[in-house]
Design a protein around this ligand. Structure first.
Ligand code: GLP
Length: 250
């Protein structure tokens, strides 16, 4: 394991993915032990499959409960019904909510099937504020450096909003849908400002296909063309990486 500090971000590089995931899970458990009523920001994608399965296996033994926790997911596709097999609602239900003792009424995702998605996005932002803000926000990383569904060019002042997915993101997610034509082209996502307002942020990235996004995050300054570089403006951001994702970091 290597511990570094780059541009104010704590970076921990692990030799294997399992110990990286275990570290992320331990952060969550520590927060839940300190405050069982914490507000947690959750992420989806392939990166978080091993994370949620480790939680499902270990949370009882670890003596933590989700009973009083509030969660807010980062994003959801626009136009998919909640019960679509491809929605993030379904992903969260299958990978986490059905496996732990969470109270469903405290588990929030943006309403991608709302008749007015813009209004649903503002409502979501309001709900986060009313919950007192996010204590610990987990993030994955897009191959183009996106966080949530904030694609390159998104303003660092953005709040939860409706966004257009880039061609690359549609292609990267096509394997989950069968074909690129079936991937929705819009999503509701927490904005960069929403993410930066979380009291603590932990980004996870493993595998070589994230190495360029990690390199760009640390070599291109603080720029809206690399959304993850906004995290340098955060006072408590940690990146957990495996050695493949960190291969350009010296
Ligand atoms: C997706 C999600 C992001 C996720 C990222 C990486 O499009 N909207 O929240 O962090 O892209 O996904 P994966 O973990 O599958 O590589």
């Amino acid at each position: 394991m290597r511990k570094l500090e780059i541009d104010g971000i704590r970076v921990i590089v692990f030799d294997d993915t399992k110990s990286m995931i275990a570290e992320a899970v331990s952060y969550l458990y520590d927060v839940l032990r300190t405050d069982p009523e914490s507000v947690i920001g959750l992420a989806t994608g392939d990166t978080f499959i091993p994370f949620y399965s480790m939680i499902a296996e270990t949370f009882r033994k670890a003596r933590v409960s989700f009973k009083d926790v509030t969660t807010f997911n980062l994003d959801e596709y626009v136009g998919l019904p909640e019960d679509s097999p491809h929605s993030y609602h379904t992903y969260m239900e299958q990978n986490l909510f059905s496996k732990v003792d969470i109270n469903r009424k405290n588990a929030h995702l943006p309403d991608g099937s709302a008749p007015d998605p813009e209004e649903a996005a503002s409502e979501y932002e309001k709900l986060i504020r009313e919950a007192g803000g996010i204590d610990l926000q987990f993030l994955g990383l897009g191959r183009n450096g996106h966080i949530g569904f904030n694609e390159p060019g998104t303003s660092f002042d953005s709040l939860t909003h409706v966004t257009e997915l880039s061609e690359g993101t549609v292609l990267a997610n096509a394997h989950l849908f069968g074909s690129p034509e079936d991937v929705p082209h819009r999503a509701i996502t927490m904005g960069i400002r929403t993410i930066l307002d979380a009291r603590r942020v932990v980004l996870l990235a493993f595998g070589e296909n994230k190495s360029v996004a990690i390199r760009d995050t640390f070599t291109r300054g603080i720029t809206e063309s690399v959304p993850a570089s906004s995290l340098k403006l955060h006072r408590r951001a940690t990146f957990l990486l495996d050695s493949a994702a960190a291969k350009f970091i010296t």
